[in-house]
Design a protein around this ligand. Structure first.
Ligand code: C5P
Length: 237
């Protein structure tokens, strides 16, 4: 993946409406780095719906696998048929699970004849605070758990993590320079923050060290989504 401004922007298609997703994908095709499809759309429409909506655009398949290593490996192998650019798993699935995912990704990409995507880990969901972590028996504070899990992911040979804007600086300090940071929670100055509490502008996130930014509603809910996307790319420029 190059570091051109446009290539850094992935647009989240959070909808169960296949027509709407397909319309957005057509409109944004070639004008952004790629499209992120997650559990909402995928559960509604599956791989065929995904292919129909996204076509050949670069794909971030945001399914956050978390299961026993054998099952995650099978899911990762199957996902290679969709030729994603970015794929993710939960770091809290542990070392054996992440290593199985990494190995399955290489084999699966080879078998499918596609370029291996970035395999990135989700550390601590940003919806969880220190008290939530304590309640599920995870050692906090959340900010330290994020760094602990990111280091483990790096040690397991993963390419990077998904992280909130506030986590960019500590992760840049804790992980190697080529460890990828994929960052949602992005709001341009002209967009409403909505339910995102800790936001950063696209430019600030990239300046802090984000490799890819994930933006949903500021683009998908805009009157003119392509115009909104191009404004963000220009801001990154
Ligand atoms: O619409 P918005 O820009 O808030 O969309 C952000 C996308 O990134 C959504 O798909 C959301 O699920 C995802 N995400 C997030 N915060 C995280 C992890 C993922 O907003 N910590």
């Amino acid at each position: 993946m190059t570091s051109e401004a446009r290539d850094r922007l992935f647009v989240a298609l959070d909808t169960t409406d296949l027509e709407r997703a397909a319309r957005l994908a057509r409109e944004l095709a070639g004008r952004v780095g790629g499209l992120k499809v997650g559990k909402e759309f995928f559960t509604a429409h599956g791989p065929d719906g995904l292919r129909a909506a996204v076509g050949g655009e670069p794909l971030f398949l945001d399914l956050k696998f978390h299961d026993i290593p054998n099952t995650v490996a099978g899911a990762v192998r199957a996902a290679m048929r969709l030729s994603p650019r970015i794929l993710n798993v939960h770091a809290s699935g542990g070392r054996a699970m992440m290593e199985a995912a990494r190995d399955a990704l290489r084999e699966g990409a080879d078998d499918a004849g596609v370029e291996p995507p970035w395999l990135v880990a989700v550390t601590v969901l940003t919806s969880l605070d220190d008290a939530d972590l304590a309640a599920v028996g995870q050692q906090g504070p959340a900010a330290e758990q994020v760094v602990r899990l990111a280091r483990l992911a790096q040690d397991c040979g993963l390419d990077g993590v998904v992280c909130g804007p506030r986590e960019i600086a500590p992760l840049r300090a804790a992980c190697s320079p080529d460890f990828k940071l994929v960052v949602p929670g992005i709001r341009p100055a002209w967009a409403a923050s909505g339910d995102q509490k800790r936001v950063m502008t696209p430019k600030a996130a990239v300046a802090a060290g984000a490799d890819v930014i994930v933006v949903g509603r500021p683009i998908t809910a805009a009157e003119d989504p392509l115009d909104a996307a191009e404004k963000i790319v220009a801001e990154l420029g």
